[in-house]
Design a protein around this ligand. Structure first.
Ligand SMILES: Cc1ncc(COP(=O)(O)O)c(C=O)c1O
Length: 410
């Protein structure tokens, strides 16, 4: 039995070559140079073309009729809420297993985020929990395709339609994810993406809002552009902010999008290989392999660790041993969002109308998310870009830890 790297043995993951991220191409450099030299750096000017081009190609790739490029994924959610006319004091249901922007965007329009539990098998918002949380102030739901694994639309859409709620898809992690043959984003009312540099489609910063609804899209374009139509220089029809994407972002993203489908295909093949490596390991679970997921986008690849199958070894100690084996892994979101200091009742109350009912966030206990935050182990999407030997070494490292577990428990 080989010695753990933590105890001086050779790391099992030596063969795992994880590419640096983001990766530029000759095309991305050429596009950015073109944008720089064009002299049109802001999309508001007539000569600007890169953000237009990116909106067109991303919208087509993601099966959405309308796509609006914005500065980042946080602004994208805020814009989506404004497009849907969310008012101060309204309640929006959000999952507690996510990046803070999903929930903080709600407070940015003076509305109240209410956390509903996730399904611990998928980490995504649970339709039954939504049904139970609806009040007469609830106007909509923001679901998140965590790690690129899509939410269950078959369960969610009937609930939101029956209660006349909107569904925003926070698809920050899901560039390329498909549900029953259709890319996510515009399956709900409005979808939002992030192109921050860690994402599989990386533009440094950047975001997109997509929808199939022409009225919402028209409003989105207006609200994205400080209340004006693009060529009406000082005519403003709404009080709104400036959410625009720059031409440089548009230029780099046009090129990055070209390589995304092939990279996702490679990740998918490596995901299959990884599943075959680790599904047989007692105490390591992957998310269900659901045939309705016809293509996967990836931000992360999540595993669930059960310490009972590792002699009671804590998840954090397991992670320490795994990283020592040169398998880069992390806890992912380490606490339910309602435990974040930012979500004290008084902080949220200061941002919403006095008559709004603000939950006692600190008193919440939602078992699904608490299981996930205790047990999750995340690999980044870049790990899935390695070769077969690299992927096999992940299984080898986990098995090695399991068979040496006694030496970690002493
Ligand atoms: C689920 C989710 N939503 C929204 C965002 C916000 O995106 P950005 O960082 O581009 O503002 C992120 C960013 O990581 C995210 O992970």
């Amino acid at each position: 039995m080989s010695k753990l790297a933590l105890h001086g043995g050779d790391p099992a993951g030596e063969a795992l070559e994880v590419p640096n991220w983001p990766q530029s191409t000759e095309q991305s450099k050429a596009n950015v140079l073109d944008a720089v030299e064009s002299g049109a750096w802001c999309r508001s000017y007539d000569d600007a073309e890169w953000v237009d081009r990116f909106e067109e190609s991303f919208g087509a790739y993601h099966d959405a009729t309308h796509a609006i490029g914005v500065a980042n994924g946080t602004v994208a959610i805020e814009l989506a809420l404004r497009m849907l006319d969310v008012q101060p004091g309204d309640e929006v249901l959000v999952p507690p297993y996510t990046f803070i922007a999903t929930a903080s965007a709600v407070t940015s329009v003076g509305a109240v985020p209410r956390f509903v539990d996730v399904d611990p098998r998928t980490y995504n918002v649970d339709a039954d929990a939504i049904t139970d949380a609806i009040t007469d102030r609830t106007v909509g739901v923001i679901g998140v395709h965590i790690a690129g694994y899509p939410m269950d639309f078959d369960a969610l859409l009937p609930v939101v339609r029956e209660h006349d709620l909107f569904l925003i898809e926070d698809a920050a992690h899901a560039q390329g994810t498909e549900w029953n043959g259709r890319k996510v984003g515009a399956i709900g009312d409005v979808g939002t993406f992030s192109f921050q540099e860690s994402k599989a489609l990386a533009g440094g910063e950047g975001g997109m809002v997509v929808t199939d609804d022409a009225v919402l899209a028209d409003r989105g374009e207006l609200l994205c552009n400080i209340g004006r139509r693009s060529n009406s220089v000082y005519h403003h029809y709404e009080l709104a902010s400036n959410c625009r994407m720059t031409e440089f972002q548009g230029a780099v993203l046009c090129a990055q999008l070209e390589k995304l489908p092939e990279e996702n295909e490679r990740r998918r093949e490596n995901e299959r290989l990884l599943r075959s490596e680790i599904d047989a390991i007692d105490g390591i679970k992957t998310k269900p392999d659901d045939e309705r997921i016809t293509a996967r986008g990836y931000c992360l690849f999540d595993l669930q660790y059960d310490s009972d199958a590792f002699g009671g070894l804590s998840r954090d100690r397991f992670l320490e041993a795994l990283t020592a084996e040169q398998i880069p892994a992390s806890t992912g979101y380490a606490m339910p969002m309602y435990e974040q200091p930012a979500f004290s009742r008084s902080r949220v109350a200061a941002l919403v109308p006095p008559e709004a009912t603000v939950p006692r966030y600190r008193h919440l206990h939602l078992p699904g998310v608490e299981q996930v935050t205790r047990r999750n182990v995340s690999l980044t999407h870049t790990v899935l870009l390695t070769d077969e030997t690299g992927i096999q070494s992940i299984g080898t490292a986990i098995r090695k830890i399991q068979s040496n577990v006694d030496s970690l428990l002493d």
